[in-house]
Write a new protein. Structure first.
Length: 253
């Protein structure tokens, strides 16, 4: 297939600049969303875990030549047993040329479908190229936490069903160095590496994301402590589209 490295880069760059221009949906799409953040430093002397669970609605509307993707989430944030309700929203506007502008980003826990390492919807050309992908495609993509780059690969899993909908599965993995602070922990200066991986299934008719599993693992040391303590941080996010009949695991073929 032509342009495999370019395809992979276009497909994954969502984490930083938005999603590729796609087809508008006829109706809102609802998702179940969950996540877990775990943090351990040293020999477990400092550790924490935060869990998330809720529901989400993705809406797509057209305003002249602009297509707006809007995601809203209602969820419970459980910080080591202290649970509290929360909401998040994210809005991206796409011009007819495919230029993306995030006009609202109120998603501090990275739960919206528009704030993930897979696009919420693909354009028809990209979906078609992914269907023809037969070998892993290499790619470079900027790290979401620093100025370094991830090096990895994208591959086709296969076609299966989610509910009554036919879906194309894709998987990616990437990694790269990490040096600097995290957005949610600016007081920590980390030196180490990031491994990023996940899988997604797209509706073959609408090119809409139906299922997502994504994990980011950061391992390294904290440079601004007297002792070079090892640190491990894991972010995991899962989204499942609410479809009829109820969601079943996609089967490969």
């Amino acid at each position: 297939m032509k342009r495999a490295p370019e395809l992979a880069l276009t497909f994954l760059v969502l984490a930083l600049v938005g999603i590729p221009a796609g087809q508008a949906m006829a109706a809102d799409q609802r998702y179940l969303v969950s996540g877990r953040d775990s943090f351990v430093i040293g020999d477990g002397d400092i550790q924490s875990e935060v869990n998330y669970r809720g529901t989400q609605v993705l809406s797509v509307t057209r305003r002249g030549k602009t297509t707006r993707y809007s995601a809203k989430v209602s969820y419970v944030r459980d910080d080591q047993g202290a649970a509290s309700p929360a909401t998040a929203d994210y809005i991206v506007d796409f011009s007819a040329r495919g230029d993306a502008v995030a006009s609202a980003d109120h998603d501090p826990d990275y739960l919206t479908v528009l704030n993930q390492p897979f696009a919420a919807q693909l354009d028809a050309k990209t979906l078609g190229e992914l269907r023809q992908l037969r070998a892993p495609a290499p790619f470079d993509v900027p790290s979401p936490f620093s100025s370094t780059a991830f090096h990895g690969r994208l591959e086709r899993i296969g076609i299966g069903t989610i509910g009554s909908r036919q879906a194309l599965g894709v998987r990616f993995e990437a990694g790269g160095p990490m040096k600097g602070s995290l957005p949610d922990r600016p007081g920590l200066k980390l030196v180490g590496a990031i491994v990023m991986g996940g899988s997604a299934y797209y509706d073959l008719e609408t090119a809409l994301l139906l299922s997502l599993d994504a994990t980011v693992t950061i391992s390294g040391t904290v440079s601004n402590r007297a002792s070079k303590d090892p640190v491990t941080i894991i972010y995991r996010r899962t989204l499942r589209a609410e479809v009829a009949p109820p969601h079943t695991e996609a089967s490969r073929r």
